[in-house]
Design a protein around this ligand. Structure first.
Ligand code: AMP
Length: 216
């Protein structure tokens, strides 16, 4: 199964994507996580990408498609794409990559959340700098305040979750990524829209129902 989770920053794509990997044994491919790994490791790609990320801008399509191609060459299970594609060029690149690999795209799921709720969630978001686990002080806190459940480090706000950067990321989403909904509506892949403003488990239940239906 190959599936795209499409939605604004803070819509819950990462959280839902992680739940899908547990339930269906598919791989979550988050280009944001791959880029943050590269930044943490201090690679040339990471240093270059960081400038764009800190400004809330998109990393160039060629870099992103290179990362995705590398992962797809290694992975032979299903994939849930999280935070990718974000531009028309990336969507076209993915279409031709999947065609080359003979792997069909089964569904695009749009996770919709209003701007006010997105801003509230992102302000509360905390990510573990050591292991990448994500939390939210409002509705998904660590068991012990300030201590990562997985590895014990202190979860922090992401640098690009600062308010001004978030505003830029939301407008980049509206300008460059939201138009992909129409791109996929015009394609043979079914597009489903779900209300992502509800609690995590309700969204997860709807998503699971949808995927069970898709898998037949
Ligand atoms: P995310 O964690 O998906 O919100 O991504 C964080 C940041 O990484 C974004 O604001 C972009 O700067 C960069 N990024 C992640 N995925 C992509 C992508 N598919 N295309 C371009 N830039 C990306």
């Amino acid at each position: 199964m190959h599936l795209i989770l499409l939605g604004a920053p803070g819509a819950g794509k990462g959280t839902q994507g992680a739940l899908l990997t547990e339930r269906y044994g598919i791989v979550r491919l988050s280009t944001g996580d791959l880029l943050r790994d590269a930044v943490r490791e201090g690679t040339a790609l990471g240093r270059d990408a960081k400038r764009y990320m800190d400004a809330g801008e998109l990393v160039p399509d060629g870099v992103i498609l290179g990362l995705v191609r590398d992962v797809m060459a290694r992975v032979d299970t299903g994939v849930v794409f999280d935070g990718f594609p974000r531009t028309r060029a990336q969507a076209e690149g993915l279409t031709s990559l999947l065609e080359d690999l003979g792997r069909p795209l089964d569904a695009v799921v749009v996770v919709e959340v209003g701007d006010e709720e997105l801003v509230r969630r992102i302000a509360g978001r905390r990510t573990c700098p050591e292991c990448g686990a994500t939390y939210n002080v409002h509705d998904q806190p660590t068991r012990v305040p300030g201590v990562c459940d997985v590895c014990g480090a202190e979860p922090r706000s992401r640098p690009d979750d600062a308010e001004e950067t978030v505003r830029r990321r939301l407008s980049v989403y509206r300008e460059q990524t939201a138009p992909l909904i129409d791109y996929y509506r015009a394609s043979p892949t079914p597009v489903h829209v779900i209300d992502g403003a509800r609690p995590v488990d309700e969204v997860a239940a709807e998503l699971a129902g949808l995927l069970d239906q898709i898998r037949g």
